[in-house]
Design a protein around this ligand. Structure first.
Ligand code: CO
Length: 134
């Protein structure tokens, strides 16, 4: 397994459309699309910057993980995603190393990726996502 780069930064916001408008108008970063991921109760806006992107996350339900995050912490950075070349190999490696994971199997991530979250207790307080682009 190789970690290639920071794939994206996930930022929890209350109002996705207002956020996209702000970043487009203030910083000139283009939004390339939005996607609803029902399973995670989230609507995502993609704003690529070189190899990395900002992913803004708006909850689609009051009990979704992003809504809960905002209730607890307010708006802001919710997770950081590292791009890996092989998510299955990455998960096997983490298991062998005994690393605490939230996901032990890959699942679908916004933007057509296979993802798995590591537990913040294992990563010095960061919700770290491993992501393989498909
Ligand atoms: Co993500």
């Amino acid at each position: 397994m190789n970690v290639i780069c920071v794939d994206h930064i996930g930022i929890a916001v209350k109002d996705l459309d207002e956020t996209v408008k702000f970043y487009e108008e203030t910083l000139g970063i283009k939004c390339t699309g939005t996607e609803v991921v029902e399973e995670q109760k989230v609507r995502v806006a993609f704003m690529p910057l070189g190899d990395c992107e900002l992913e803004f996350l708006e909850s689609t339900a009051p009990d979704g993980p992003v809504a809960k995050f905002i209730d607890k912490n307010g708006e802001g950075i919710q997770h950081i995603a590292l791009r890996v070349d092989d998510i299955e190999a990455a998960l096997k490696e983490m298991e062998e190393k005994g690393i605490r994971m939230i996901d032990t199997q890959p699942r679908y991530g916004a933007g057509n990726a296979k993802i798995a979250f590591m537990h913040p207790k294992a990563t010095k307080g960061i919700l770290l996502e491993l992501s393989q682009r498909m």
